[in-house]
Design a protein around this ligand. Structure first.
Ligand code: MZP
Length: 503
């Protein structure tokens, strides 16, 4: 047997030692942009990148189309869970891709049931709190869209968006405030980040968002004047059994990237899956693979053609793989070794293959540690399961709101495809648990705090970008007594409520 010299360590055993912070290194200037798929670094742009380095786990309790839209809005990406029929998964992907259009019907009437983005024919005064958009600027043209304040997403989005940051001037748009009383507003600007038209009040607070009509079917749309076709990005999980049917359906539905979802990815099954995709789609279809925890596993998947490689075995909050099978590795050690292998591969080939640290993120600062150790992005399950947007139930347990969260290897999920090692299609023993996680409210609010913490940490280390952070980071292993020193200690806490970190 081979014995490693060093014990395998978790994120909790590390801290970052601050570096020099220049005066212009402030959180607002930090870019969290990061590559998602392989590319020739230094010679070309990465074909797909994320604005924030967070993706949601390929799990039924975490990533459906609703989560995908919410997370993409914040600049991250969801991987729709694969443990459902091909049709169901493809439909979720298609719904995310369709969401951008916002307009769904072309002949409905104005009614109190009107929802965000319905397309209607302009009728008489509506009496509702709506904002119609017409096609010709006179008020007599076809009504292209209508927004109501009643829509849940709309009101959620109208919280405190910094309206000026992402906007560019728009020549002319036709809008109205209510009913049929239309007016031309020359000063309204298009939000490229949300790909929508924000309407602000006198104080500049965001009041409404208007989503444009689909270009292909509605050429008369005045918004056509705008150059870009952006829609929300979405990923989708696949397995190494039914890929010949699942991949075409997901590609057809518009998935931007796929990921082979497996608890252990250093296998011929993954290689065969990638080969099939390359044979049928060349490099047009992007596919990540994993999970691996060492250099050899990374090299195998890199050579097989994976577009990104996922790291992590046994570190997930709901995972009992280490207990049941005795395999795995501390997530920090695995990330550090795979990052070195990724850099070595880049030196040799000129090809940069992004790596994702998957599972075991307990505190927000673990995300910063993972990035500092070389991860390009992280995948999280428990973190996202806590939010309104996750698909699981919100329940009251002992007077506290919780969300359900269960592993893909639990008896509840029975995702045999994730644990498949050939043989019959079944999950023979459990590798995950069914659990509750404390309900934490809306994704947007929580992510804002998490991202601010990451940006602040980066500034403490003098870095404005993730590559710079990885370059400058100084990491130290900490003793068990210094872990105690790191929390509140030797004081009597006034608030006796057990401290649950934002984590
Ligand atoms: P966490 O963010 O909850 O700590 O971990 C999420 C990750 O755990 C997933 O992305 C996946 O890799 C892994 N996972 C999902 N189900 C199981 C299981 O049932 C599991 N064992 O380990």
């Amino acid at each position: 047997a081979y014995y490693y010299d060093e014990p395998s360590r978790t994120f909790n055993e590390y801290l970052l030692v601050p570096g020099h912070t220049p005066a212009d290194c402030i959180p607002a200037k930090v870019s969290l942009k990061t590559p998602l798929v392989r590319y020739r670094k230094g010679e070309e742009e990465c074909p797909i990148s994320l604005n924030v380095p967070m993706v949601s786990a390929i799990m039924a309790a975490v990533s459906d189309d609703n989560m995908a839209v919410a997370l993409a809005t914040e600049g991250g990406m969801s991987f729709i869970y694969g443990n459902q029929t091909i049709e169901q998964e493809a439909a979720m992907v298609a719904r995310v891709k369709a969401y951008k259009a916002g307009f769904v019907e072309s002949d409905s009437n104005l009614s109190p049931e009107m929802t965000l983005g319905q397309v209607v024919e302009l009728k008489e005064k509506t009496g509702h709190s709506t904002m119609p958009v017409t096609s010709d600027g006179t008020g007599t043209g076809k009504l292209l869209g209508i927004v109501t304040e009643r829509d849940y997403r709309l009101s959620r989005m109208s919280l405190d968006l910094p309206v000026s940051e992402f906007m560019t001037p728009l020549e002319k748009l036709v809008t109205a405030t209510e009913g049929t009383s239309l007016k031309v507003a020359n000063d309204i600007i298009w939000d490229h980040k949300l790909n929508s038209l924000p309407i602000v009040d006198d104080e500049g607070n965001l009041k409404y968002l208007v989503f444009r009509q689909d270009y292909d079917t509605h050429k008369e749309n005045p918004l056509e004047l705008l150059d870009d076709e952006k829609r929300y990005m979405v990923g989708a999980g696949i397995n190494s059994r039914d890929y010949a049917e699942r991949v075409p359906a997901l590609v057809e539905a518009g998935a931007d990237v796929l990921c082979i979802d497996s608890s252990e990815g250093f296998s011929d099954w993954q290689k065969m899956t990638i080969e099939w995709i390359r044979e049928h789609y060349g490099t047009d279809v992007k596919v990540g693979a994993g999970n691996v925890v060492d250099r050899d596993g990374f090299r195998f998947l890199a050579d097989a053609g994976a577009d990104f490689v996922k790291i992590g075995i046994g570190g997930g909050s709901i995972c009992i793989t280490r207990e049941t099978k005795g395999i795995g590795r501390g997530q920090a050690t695995a990330t550090i070794e795979v990052a070195k292998a990724r850099d070595e591969y880049f030196e040799e080939t000129g090809i940069y293959i992004p790596i994702c640290s998957d599972g075991g993120i307990v505190y927000d600062h673990h995300i910063s540690l993972a990035l500092a150790m070389g991860a390009d992005f992280v995948m999280l399950g428990r973190y996202f399961a806590r939010f309104d947007e996750s698909p699981s139930h919100k329940v009251m347990v002992n007077g506290t709101y919780m969300k359900e969260y269960w592993g893909e290897g639990s008896a509840r999920a029975r995702n045999w495809g994730r644990y498949d090692l050939g043989g019959k299609k079944s999950l023979s023993f459990e590798e995950g648990v069914d659990s509750y996680v404390p309900y934490a409210g809306p994704l947007k609010d929580n992510m804002a705090v998490t991202l601010l913490k990451i940006r602040s940490t980066m500034c403490n280390c003098g870095a404005l970008t993730i590559p710079e952070f990885q370059d400058k980071a100084k990491l130290t292993v900490i003793s068990s007594t210094s872990i105690v020193e790191g929390g509140a200690h030797d004081v009597l806490l006034k608030d006796k409520t057990p401290y649950v970190s934002n984590v």
